[in-house]
Design a protein around this ligand. Structure first.
Ligand code: PSV
Ligand code: MN
Ligand code: MN
Length: 393
């Protein structure tokens, strides 16, 4: 790495230290494909144990201080108690994710279902999740709907959009000040003719109609192949409508592989838009969340690796020489401008990040630290008897 001048290095290090990456409770449990779930030893059996694992990831990385929960996968008798447990462990509850996609009632949709009784049930679950957000002190209601149709004519596309708006508006109206609604989109699956929120444009339109507390959630695995994600990120940032990310990698569909594994350059290009618009600061309100499933790989090291991958892309984005870039762009120097980005992308930022970690009081190599910690052996011994509710239940 070319030597950074001390002022620049200090600014980069400060930005890296203040970065926040949220891990998802469901990625600590068993998961698989529709062909097989390979159970792992030591996976959590309760939301409390998922919090333990998330707290471990935070303790080792120093930048993952919150965990997203999914309801009812993380159903608890007392949510304030669950939130307090997280705080006692050194983290907090992050986004609340309602689940309206795993009951027989939702065969034809949840909030877009033609049956008003089923729409009521789904909407009530959204309202319940707002209350859970209040009880846990969460500021994010993160919505994804599996709703859609498989055949032309199966249902009325426009009517479904209105039903969706009605449900969203009820949840929106129930949200206290300080809570934001993040609306996630996905272009296909489980439905193959229409999804009711297939793309950022649809999500954006609903969010604009709802108001300023509603923003778009970009799951990096939810686009058609070839989609230029950093472009839509830039558009959403410009409109103040980028609520956050669900980071993961994809090669083919909604693969949910570790972020930065399939295409680290794409992750860098996304982070470059974030850094270039000064949206990395926690106050900018962009939530950096992971949404992954670790089907083969051990869960906690995979999560740590994902956090490190986001940090590496962020560090590279922070190293982009903005002045040189602006100059090259302004003077029409196509190759020069591209070279500025590639120089940053090609930099080995691992030594810088190791130093930053040491400055933060965490191990420079969090994965090695995990293996040394004895945590894995302990959970394997203590958690006999299967997994909590979730994909692999
Ligand atoms: C749907 O594919 C999704 O990306 C949503 O965020 C869900 O909440 C999550 O995956 C469940 O794994
Ligand atoms: Mn997602
Ligand atoms: Mn997904």
């Amino acid at each position: 790495m070319t030597e950074l001048d001390p002022a620049r290095r200090s600014a980069v290090a400060t930005a890296l230290r203040s970065q926040r990456i949220e891990t998802p409770s469901w990625a600590y449990g068993n998961s698989g494909t529709r062909f097989k779930v390979f159970a792992q030893e030591g996976v959590p059996r309760t939301p409390y144990e998922k919090i333990d694992d998330a707290a471990m990831v935070h303790a080792l990385t120093g930048v993952a201080p919150s965990v997203a929960i999914h309801i009812p996968w993380d159903k608890a008798d007392n949510y304030s108690e669950l939130a307090q447990y997280a705080v006692d462990k050194g983290i907090r509850i992050g986004a609340i994710n309602p689940n309206v996609f795993q009951e027989d009632d939702y065969r034809l949709g949840s909030v877009c279902n033609p049956n008003p009784g089923i729409r009521r049930k789904a909407t009530d679950h959204l309202l319940e999740c707002v209350e859970i957000g209040v009880a846990t002190g969460s500021t994010l209601l993160s919505l994804w709907f599996a709703d859609g149709t498989n055949y032309a004519g199966q249902d009325d596309i426009s009517a479904r959009q209105e039903r969706l708006h009605e449900a969203l508006a009820q949840a929106y109206a129930r949200m206290p000040d300080g809570m934001r609604m993040l609306l996630e989109y996905k272009f296909f699956e489980p439905h193959f003719y229409t999804m009711d929120v297939p793309d950022w444009g649809t999500s954006f339109a609903h969010c604009v109609r709802l108001g300023e507390k509603a923003q778009v959630l970009v799951d990096t695995g939810h686009h058609a192949p070839g989609t230029n994600i950093e472009f839509l990120v830039a558009i959403l940032l410009g409109q103040g409508k980028l609520g956050g990310f669900h980071f993961n990698s994809r090669n083919y569909a909604d693969d949910d592989l570790m972020v930065g594994a399939a295409d680290p350059f794409q992750l860098f290009r996304i982070m470059n838009e974030i850094v270039g618009t000064d949206s990395l600061r926690p106050e900018a309100g962009v939530a950096f969340m992971l949404d992954q499933c670790h089907n083969l790989e051990p869960k906690i090291p995979a999560m740590i690796r994902s956090v490190l991958n986001v940090q590496e892309s962020t560090a590279k984005a922070l190293l982009v020489d903005r002045e040189a870039l602006t100059h090259a762009q302004g003077s029409g120097d196509v190759l020069g401008a591209h070279a500025v980005l590639m120089d940053a992308f090609s930099t080995d930022v691992r030594p810088l990040l190791a130093d930053v970690r040491q400055e933060m009081g965490v191990d420079p190599d969090p994965i090695a630290a995990y293996h040394r910690s004895g945590y894995q052996k302990r959970i394997e011994a203590e958690r006999a008897g299967g997994s909590a509710m979730g994909w692999g239940a």
